[in-house]
Design a protein around this ligand. Structure first.
Ligand code: ASP
Length: 347
């Protein structure tokens, strides 16, 4: 039920939704918010209050950085009491990374924070941006019978689907349906009405205060295995000075080669207290290291399972946990628990 007294803060960071074509180069470039607003008179027709915060200058999301993530968290912290929900307009290219890391930077959320954007600029007749933006705003303003937020989570809304942010990944460069939540059901679907999947939505621990965590540790590596990968490449990744966490993208249910040089390099990293998290390269399904000998070897030398977590969420979680000052042993433990619904731990 839309609360007509609701206040929603629309945070414009950039992305295709607000871009215009440079007449000389033909490339899409970020443009200012007045352009977006003049193409979205519909916002004024919503029966609740929408105010805006602008990132100036707006940016292509390929330029997102730790400093920008902190800025986003700060905008939410400063405005948390005044608003019932937040919508962040963001480019789609790195939206799943931003959604994942913000879900760990924002702790004990009681209000919706919804990222959305579009694949076609808002000025184009066939834009997907209008529906994405209007529905995201409506979800951000939606309340249950007790007056609490219907979706007190960090989400992505795109093309009729509301997804838990840290479960998403961008799967399509040119379709309007650019995102998937492969291992977790969608939180809502928009048709004639918005149908919420209430049993899948996280309920906040209302007795715990909301916390805004700003510190992220950037000393992380994503190492994607491929047949024929050389010892030099693996060694170079695992011995980068200062590296603290590795997202090891393995095959299938969490398998890697078992040749001695590979195992030795990984064991050596683990012995140096580098946290190595096993994440499958498959879009769907989970790591189960006990299933094959190759996976078992990784488990034995101290690689930990990422279960069905995405690479984006594993990376954001490692950055946030080390950023909070956790020891490698604590990080190892916490990586195997669901903190924000980012993974499914099977018994
Ligand atoms: N390059 C754009 C961005 O991520 C693409 C988009 O918004 O869809 O900012």
């Amino acid at each position: 039920m839309i609360d007509t007294n609701a206040n929603v803060l629309l945070i414009y960071t950039g992305g295709t939704i607000g871009m215009v074509e440079n007449p000389e180069s033909g490339a899409l470039e970020p443009f200012n918010f007045s352009h977006l607003r003049s193409n979205m008179p519909e916002i004024k027709r919503l029966n609740f209050n929408v105010e805006t915060y602008l990132f100036d200058p707006p940016f292509d999301s390929s330029d997102v950085s730790i400093a920008i993530w902190r800025h986003m968290v700060n905008v939410i912290e400063v405005n948390y009491e005044r608003y019932d929900g937040f919508v962040i307009l963001h480019g789609t290219d790195t939206m799943a990374y931003t959604a994942s890391v913000l879900s760990f930077m924002l702790e004990n959320l009681t209000k919706p924070v919804i990222l959305t954007g579009s694949q076609l600029p808002i000025g184009k007749l066939r834009t997907d941006g209008k529906e994405n933006l209007i529905t995201a705003l409506e979800i951000a303003a939606d309340k249950d019978e007790k007056g609490g937020a219907v979706v007190p989570e960090l989400c992505i809304y795109m093309q009729k689907l509301l997804m838990r942010g840290n479960r998403t990944t961008k799967v399509n460069a040119d379709h309007f349906s650019a995102f998937r939540s492969p291992n977790y059901p969608c939180l809502a679907e928009a048709g004639l009405d918005i149908r919420y999947n209430n049993s899948s939505i996280l309920q906040p621990e209302t007795e715990l205060p909301v916390r805004f965590n700003y510190e992220l540790d950037r000393n992380m590596v994503v190492l994607k295995l491929f047949p024929g990968i050389s010892r030099e490449v693996v060694r170079a990744h695992l011995t980068i000075p200062g590296v603290r966490g590795v997202v090891l993208e393995t095959y299938g249910t969490g398998n890697s080669p078992i040749n001695p040089w590979f195992m030795e390099l990984v064991r050596d990293a683990v012995e140096r207290r580098v946290v190595v998290v096993n994440v499958t390269q498959c879009l769907y399904g989970s790591v189960m290291m006990h299933r094959y000998e190759n996976g078992q070897r990784l488990e034995k030398i101290g690689v930990i399972s990422g279960h069905d977590i995405t690479t984006e969420a594993a990376l954001g979680k490692l950055m946030a946990l080390f950023g909070k000052g956790c020891t490698p042993e604590e990080v190892k433990q916490l990586m195997q628990y669901s903190l924000r619904g980012e993974l499914t731990v099977k018994g």
